[in-house]
Write a protein that binds this ligand. Structure first.
Ligand SMILES: [Zn+2]
Length: 309
């Protein structure tokens, strides 16, 4: 009899960030009766996925489910590969269903949403499309608040949307540990790690802060960044991200002081001022912030032109 759910972490370096290597992780959680895998990394990380599957096998509890925290290429890339090894249900936030099911559409909508500004390229093809395998049917769609019972204390699914319109984390209650993908975005990556729903991102930060206040979360294990241990470290991480959201709004409104500017102008100016790559992630995020500012009555828009109200 296992008394607690067990968490196993598998990791490899992904890229070099300003504060050291950015990792790519997969997680295995096992209960008394079943196991689950959280995220499947991407093509090129088969050895790590094989380690995770071997750990499941060694522990002896059948793999019930793969949960993709969200539908980005480096979290779903080996879904099809894992499913080729062992029959398993794929679950994620309900929003991710199309992107997980059709990885060509995923690639087009993620990287080429503004075809007149960013064209397809070999670099994008290899770094994004090439790292996603074929699509897989998503069997279970979460919204947050559901429970997954592996035979020990039930796990809770937490809505962590904002980085994408739909993202979930897994709260391992008996260890007060929240396993998350990119819900707390990386602030020191060479590109904007990006968020496309600033409004949902603020709610996610508030939700996690509430879970820490109530004592339900004491540790966060993210996919790319070093873990946050203890309430002080988690509150600091939340504050840094709130501050980034505010600073982006302020920077955009400052740029729009007295002149109308195009999305392209704002994207390149902000990316360069913040020392980030001028790329599709930044473009998605800047457009999202501008839309949010318009929605809140702080900016106006005509097509791709924006001004301060
Ligand atoms: Zn992501």
């Amino acid at each position: 009899m296992i008394l607690k759910n067990r968490i196993m972490v598998f990791e490899r370096p992904l890229l070099e960030g300003a504060d050291g290597p950015v990792m790519l992780r997969m997680f295995v959680v096992t209960g008394d009766d079943f196991s689950l895998i959280i995220d499947t990394a991407m093509i090129g990380y088969e050895e790590m996925a094989a380690e995770a599957l071997a750990a499941v096998k060694q522990w002896g509890r059948p793999l019930a489910m793969v949960i993709n925290t969200h539908a980005h290429h480096d979290h779903i890339g080996l879904n099809s590969w894992v499913r080729g090894q062992v029959p398993v249900l794929i679950a994620s936030h309900a929003w991710g269903s199309r992107w997980i099911g059709d990885t060509d559409q995923n690639y087009r909508e993620f990287t080429l949403g503004y075809p007149d500004i960013i064209q397809d390229s070999l670099e994008l093809q290899s770094s994004v499309r090439g790292t996603m395998g074929p699509g897989t049917t998503m069997n279970v769609g979460f919204y947050g608040g559901e429970q997954v019972n592996l035979g020990s204390v039930p796990l809770e699914i937490v809505d962590l949307s904002g980085h994408l319109p739909g993202e979930v984390g897994v709260l391992v209650n008996d260890q007060r540990t929240l396993i998350m993908g990119d819900a707390f975005t990386g602030l020191n990556m060479p590109f904007f790690h990006s968020h496309v729903r600033p409004d949902l991102y603020r709610k996610t930060l508030e939700r996690v802060a509430g879970m820490v206040r109530s004592g339900r979360v004491e540790r966060i294990l993210p996919t790319h960044l070093p873990p946050w241990n203890g309430s002080e470290a988690i509150y600091k991480a939340i504050e840094e991200r709130r501050s980034e959201l505010d600073s982006l709004d302020e920077a955009l409104l400052m740029e729009l002081n007295g002149e109308s500017l195009s999305l392209t102008d704002l994207w390149s100016r902000i990316s360069e001022r913040w020392g980030k790559a001028v790329d599709f992630r930044g473009l998605n995020m800047i457009d999202a912030h501008l839309n949010d500012l318009c929605h809140r009555g702080l900016a106006g828009q005509s097509g791709r032109w924006f001004w301060r109200v």
